[in-house]
Write a protein that binds this ligand. Sequence first.
Ligand SMILES: [Zn+2]
Ligand SMILES: [Zn+2]
Length: 351
Amino acid sequence: MAGNIVVGCWDCDYCGADRIRGDIRVCPNCGKPRGKDVRFYMAGPKEYVKDPETVDKDPDWLCSFCDTLNPASAKFCSSCGASHEDSELNYFQNKEKQEREKREEEERRKAAQNGHSGAAAARPERSGSSTLRRNLFLAAALVAVIALIFSMMPRKQKIHVDSRTWERTVTVEKYRQVQENGWTIPGGAENVTSREEVYGYDRVLDHYEWVSYQVAEQVLDGYDTYVTYEDLGNGYFEEVEHSSPRYRTEYRTETRQEPVYVDIPVYRTKYYYSVMRWLYDREEKAQGADSEPYYPDLRLPDTERISGRTEQYWIISGSDRYSISYELWQQIETGSDIEVKTRQGQIEELE
Ligand SMILES: [Zn+2]
Ligand SMILES: [Zn+2]
C-alpha cells in the first residue's frame, strides 16, 4: 500500500535558518547544502505530496569528502563531485554513528568522573533500625531454645532421702454377658433375634434434567486505527496506517442434560444377641513407704482374671517427689544423703 508522503523540514547548521522545506537541498538563507548534522522533522500543518509515486523513498547519502547530503539517485556529490561509490554512509547510518559516538563520549566522561571520586566513594548506609529489630528477634528465639534444652538436660543434685514410696497396680477383667448386634452371628451367641435393617445405599440414575448455563464469547467489535510517520531520511515522511481489532464479550445461554441420581436403601438381616466377653472391671492397688513392695494378693473367681500390672517408685525429699526405676530405688536407703542426676522430676542415675 503506497502511503501518503508528507514534506518534512530541516534546520541549517551554519546560519541557523529553521523549518527549511524537505524538498529544498540548499539553505535559501546562506547557500550551504544540507550536511551531516542535519536532522529531518515534521512541524506545522501537514503538506502532502500530490503524486507520492514520484518521491524516491531511499535515504540521502553522505559525501565522505565534504559532508554534503545527496539524493539517493545522484551518482556524484552536488558540492565536490566525488563519486557515490566512494562514500559509505547514508542519512540513517550517519545518525547511528553520531549517536554511538555520543554514547561513547558520555561513558568516557562518566568513567573519568568516577575515577576522581572512586576512592572516596561512600558505601550505601544500611537501615540500622531494621537490622537491630532482626537481631533482637534472633536473640529472643535463641534464649527460648536454650531454656528448652536446659530443662531437658540432666541436672546433678544433692538430695536427702526422707522416705521411699511405692505403688503396684493390677487391672482386673470380668467375664460378663453383653448385648451386641451385627450382620453375622459370633460363636457362643444366645437369645438371637433378627430384623431387616438398612445396610447401605445404592446410587441409581433416576432421570435427566435440562440445565442452562452461560457461555462467554469474544466477538469482533471493530478496528482501532491510527497513523505513524516514518522518516525516509531524505526530507520526506511516509504516512503509515495501522489498525488493531477491538473485541467485546457476548454471553449466550446454552442448555445441557444432567443426570439426577437417587439413593435406594439396601436391606440386610441384622442379628441381636447376647454373648460372653472379657471386659475391664476394676483396678486393685497396693501402696507402701517400706522396702517390700508387693502386688495386691487377689483370690479371683473363675469369672475374673488379671489383664495387666504396673509399678511405680518414688523418692520423697521435703516437698519434692522424684520418680525412679525399681533397680535404683532398691539401692537407696531412707535417711541417707545421695547425689543424683535428675531430668524433669525423674532420677536417672546415682553418683
Ligand atoms: Zn544557512
Ligand atoms: Zn562532496
